[in-house]
Design a protein around this ligand. Structure first.
Ligand code: AMP
Ligand code: ZN
Length: 496
């Protein structure tokens, strides 16, 4: 097993990854609130955890990867008061909340598959786990860690900290500072302290999404779903919990408090947080109006975009920085990524078709061999150093140089042993395809290829070069297509 180190937000150090229940790794990632199309910033976070999932699998772990869908309880403004994001959108669009949920869940899946992200093992929804959320609220009430106020249930931070809790530790916040900040902001209302947060909220008469509970009709608080679902599918303590940095506080801080309170143990061994995708230094976010939809990038249809960029170009762009650094969007950076991706992709095409020649007697060149071995090790060292994909890609470019030299003949096969050649080939392909999720993209406008071939066909026909005519017919046929010789023109159709 490779010695993977990951930065743990909780200890604020890079730690050697040790699976709690090896070989099974439990990974939980906070999923999207499905009231809106996913933007490129969201995609960056989910892509980073896709790399983690792929790499853990590549180095030999089985991973139970749980990524939830938030379809209730996340309120506008991210606090405990106000409208549900999904309920609000449903009213605006005059649709059922579940129609909103379905529309944006489908979009989320479609986008993730376009960018070659693997689906998780389990994708639970908050509305599918209302019973568990009511049970956990009851559990916390019984332990004296929550209280009822006017039909809502709140988590009691003071009681939690008195019982040995450490609210604020993950995000490095000091309780007294937090108290001052929040008291100034929105007062106490029905809470005992402004820091307390909702486990269950009473539904006002106009609130659409509601369920019966021992405390009357209501709905779950945003933070509770992740605690209940991660506990249900991954147990009291699991390996890795991830999300964007903006979820550290209060969302993940509250998750820790709820889980420790309800189940008596710290829920997570390693907390991982991705940094933000920015535009001109500002976080990309729907509310700031600086976000792109992935489909806008693919079509190039957005005032800030100078051209269209393919999904693999965008994926490659994201991989060129480590997940813990910010990544700033710019046309220049994407254009550079486009060039880089194409060079890498050409190398992939070439090495896939290259075979070590049978029967040659190699005289391995020590320098070449050492360079290849160092680059192969470098690919893994990069990944093992807190998933530093930027370093891994730099080493892939060294391997690419060797592949190109083999391709053009400036490096002869007999300068490498068969073993070194096979290691070069398999590392280049598996790191790119399996670990980084980069695949070959063929041009979308393949119809122009058929048009070009048809015009050649016409020329050969006129010149009575029938062997060439037959060759082109056969090429079309191998694709299930038929060339049609019309009276005044030539066309193609599907072979029926
Ligand atoms: P949301 O649906 O807004 O809750 O976000 C879903 C995920 O995307 C969360 O893990 C957020 O932290 C993450 N996220 C939101 N905006 C950005 C951004 N600009 N860059 C990276 N991740 C983001
Ligand atoms: Zn969550």
């Amino acid at each position: 097993m490779q010695p993977l180190k990951i930065y743990n937000t909780l200890s604020r150090e890079k730690e050697l990854f040790k699976a709690l229940h090896a070989p099974l790794v439990g990974l939980y990632v906070c999923g999207p609130t499905v009231y809106n199309y996913v933007h490129l910033g969201n995609l960056r976070t989910f892509s980073s955890f896709d790399i983690l999932y792929r790499y853990l699998t590549h180095i030999g772990y089985k991973v139970r990867y749980v990524r939830n869908i938030t379809d209730v309880g996340h309120l506008v403004g991210d606090g405990d008061e106000g409208e549900d994001k999904i309920g609000k959108m449903a009213k605006l669009e005059k649709l059922e909340p579940m129609e909103i949920v379905h529309r944006y869940t489908n979009d989320f899946h479609q986008v993730l598959s376009t960018f070659n992200l693997l689906p998780p093992s389990i994708e639970p929804t908050a509305t599918g786990h209302i019973v568990e959320q009511i049970e956990t609220s009851k559990n916390l009430l019984e332990k004296g860690l929550a209280y009822e106020s006017n039909g809502s249930i709140y988590f009691d931070i003071e009681a939690y900290n008195k019982q040995g809790g450490d609210y604020g530790k993950l995000s490095g916040r000091v309780l007294d500072d937090l108290l001052t900040e929040t008291r100034d902001l929105d007062g106490v209302g029905e809470k005992r302290s402004p820091l307390d947060f909702a486990l269950w909220k009473k539904a006002s008469p106009e609130h659409i999404m509601r369920w019966p509970s021992p405390w009357g009709d209501g709905f779950p608080g945003w933070h509770l779903e992740c605690t209940c679902m991660s506990h249900k599918y991954l147990g009291d303590t699991f390996d890795i919990h991830g999300g964007g940095m903006d979820l550290k506080f209060p969302h993940h801080e509250c998750e820790i408090a709820q889980a420790k309170g309800a189940y008596g143990r710290a829920p997570v061994q390693y907390w991982m947080h991705t940094n933000m995708l920015t535009v001109n230094g500002q976080k990309m976010s729907k509310s700031l109006g600086n976000s792109f939809l992935p489909n806008e990038l693919i079509s190039g249809n957005h005032p800030l975009l100078e051209q269209a960029y393919s999904p693999m170009t965008v994926r490659f762009f994201m991989l060129q920085s480590q997940y813990r650094s910010t990544l700033d969007f710019s046309n220049d950076a994407l254009k550079a990524a486009q060039k880089g991706y194409k060079r890498i992709a050409n190398g992939m095409r070439n090495i896939k078709r290259m075979q070590y020649p049978a029967g040659i007697v190699s005289q391995p060149d020590e320098k070449q061999t050492a360079e290849i071995q160092a680059a192969i090790q470098g690919c893994y060292d990069g990944m093992n150093d807190d998933l530093n994909t930027a370093v891994t890609i730099a080493h892939l470019f060294t391997l690419l140089k060797k592949i190109n030299q083999l391709y053009t003949g400036s490096l002869a096969f007999d300068q490498l042993s068969e073993e070194t050649f096979q290691a070069l080939k398999s590392t280049y392909i598996t790191i790119l395809e399996d670990v980084l999720g980069i695949r070959l993209e063929l041009p979308e406008n393949w119809e122009s290829l058929t048009e070009g071939l048809l015009s050649l066909y016409k020329g050969f026909k006129e010149a009575r070069k029938y062997d060439k005519v037959d060759e082109i017919r056969a090429t079309f046929k191998s694709m299930g297509l038929l060339i049609k010789d019309m009276k005044d023109s030539i066309d193609w159709g599907f072979e029926e």
